[in-house]
Design a protein around this ligand. Structure first.
Ligand code: RAM
Length: 486
């Protein structure tokens, strides 16, 4: 029977092997008294465990040594004042330890960190000490050594590719993590984009399979939607959120997997769950085939503050219906007809109920007449408008100060995808350069969870300090660059 245990055993069968590399920082030893500090640079963003040793210089250290060790994904994080943190997520994600060591010894910190920089401050040492033997044991399940460079003719795109690959590599652990600093969970929206990029880079199919099965084992909510995230440790359990767009994108992830592997066994295992995600969504459509928004955290789309999400969500539904119908057609499943006829009916009703013929924009009362890039892009990806009409709308919304703009590389991925769908490849390149290239200009080694060029303090969680600077959903430039040979 294909139950939770079956799916978990399949996930276990595809447990990836972690590869370890030992990195040594730029400084090999440091002598210090109370109040002194040293900044170590590992030379690249990485994920793993930190070790070091300390010893007396000449006089026996007669009391414990207290060290404050801070890990920074970038240099700004090293200098932040954590005592001022006012965000809505737990401050325990901020990467800092205070440790007391009784004797001269080699120490490996038990927690895993995501960092490029490590700052050690000697809070108290009764006598001067020597800190040495610094090493960082980095882990990833990505086979970095087998990967060839993108070799784009464009230097900036090559640089963007390197940072995107680094981002994916650091998020690829025993599953696709959303961010190795914070959350460290498997989220559907992140999984989809990591898997896409992985197909064109590390090609680790086991980890994709594993993640698909980990969700299949999850507990659906009362609407029938899969959990949007799952925890793997200390024991498997489902996350508390059940976001509708993520439930749909799970189906798309299965379609992507089949497209890249033709692995019918996995599709057969997951088909029932995929159908139930679409059927659950269909069950909350109104008589005009438009979704009725539900209470709680029902849709994600982007972290853009104040975003109205109905139209965009409806676009995600269409996008999923299209991909799923194609899959069913290909594997000869008779439900193909049902989903493809639904697809054309829902498309027509979106044009009728969500589009304003005078404004020639997707603005409507259901979204309080809000004009957003998100609505326009998802309606384009959903195939409600095409060709010149779609191109004009896309350009118009991106250039428009009054339109709500994306704030995450996640939503910008879908903007880029829409550009490519419409044949606007040059625009897609400029867009990648502007947003991902913009992060590089600010010194990024890996790409960030959120980025607004003129508001670098923006955070979805009310404090920039908690933002993740190596975030899975930001790795897709490598997908675009390599898939389309940009
Ligand atoms: C955050 C995480 C994750 C994302 C969800 C919606 O908590 O950053 O990446 O998928 O939000």
């Amino acid at each position: 029977m294909k139950d939770k245990n079956y799916f978990l055993s399949k996930a276990q069968e595809n447990y990836p092997e972690l590869q370890f590399t030992v990195l040594t920082p730029d400084i090999s030893e440091f002598t210090a008294s109370s109040g002194d500090s040293v900044l170590l640079d590992l030379g690249e963003h990485t994920v793993g465990h930190f070790s070091f040793a300390f010893d007396k210089i000449d006089v026996f250290v007669d009391a414990p040594v207290r060290l404050i060790i801070r890990f920074g994904e970038d240099i700004r994080e090293i200098n932040d004042d954590f005592s001022q943190y006012k965000g809505i997520l737990s401050k325990t994600w901020l990467q800092e330890e205070i440790i007391n060591l009784d004797f001269s010894q080699k120490t490996t910190l038990p927690r895993r960190y995501a960092c490029r920089y490590i700052k050690i401050t000697v809070d108290k040492a009764n006598r001067p000490i020597r800190l040495f033997d610094f090493s960082f044991r980095a882990s990833t399940s990505a086979n970095v050594f087998a990967l060839k460079p993108a070799n784009s003719a464009d230097t900036l795109l090559n640089k963007i590719d390197v940072a995107a690959i680094n981002t994916l590599k650091d998020c690829m652990q025993t599953f696709f993590e959303d961010g190795p600093k914070r959350d460290r969970r498997l989220w559907i929206g992140d999984l989809r984009l990591e898997a896409l990029t992985n197909y064109y880079t590390f090609k680790n199919l086991e980890i994709v399979k594993r993640c698909l099965y980990l969700f299949a084992a999850g507990e659906c909510n009362n609407l029938g939607f899969l959990p949007s995230f799952v925890y793997e440790t200390p024991y498997y359990h489902s996350g508390e959120a059940h976001i509708a767009d993520y439930a749909l994108l799970y189906v798309v992830s299965v379609c992507d997997y089949y497209e890249h592997t033709a692995d019918i066994g996995v599709v057969n295992d997951l088909l029932k769950i995929c159908k139930s995600q679409l059927n659950s969504f269909e069950a909350i459509l109104d008589k005009n085939l438009i979704v009725t928004m539900q209470d709680g955290w029902f849709a994600f789309i982007d972290w853009c503050p104040g975003l109205e999400k109905l139209t965009a969500l409806q676009g995600v539904y269409l996008y999923t219906l299209e991909r799923f119908s194609e899959l069913l057609n290909e594997i000869g499943d008779e439900d193909f007809k049902k989903y493809s006829s639904l697809l054309s009916q829902v498309r027509s009703s979106c044009k009728k109920y969500l589009y304003d013929d005078n404004a020639k924009e997707f603005i409507n009362d259901l979204d309080n007449r809000q004009f957003s890039v998100h609505s326009q892009i998802w309606m384009i990806l959903g195939g409600v408008i095409n060709g010149e009409e779609a191109k004009n709308l896309l350009t118009h919304c991106l250039d428009n100060d009054k339109a709500k703009q994306p704030v995450t590389p996640y939503m910008r991925h879908y903007v880029t995808e829409a550009m490519i769908k419409l044949g606007l490849e040059n625009e897609a390149v400029l867009y990648l350069k502007r947003f991902w290239g913009g992060m590089l200009e600010l010194g990024a080694d890996t790409f960030w969870e959120a980025y607004i060029p003129d508001d670098l303090d923006f955070s979805p969680y009310e404090d920039r300090m908690i933002n993740s600077l190596c975030h899975a959903w930001s790795c897709t430039p490598s997908y675009f660059i390599r898939k389309y040979g940009l």
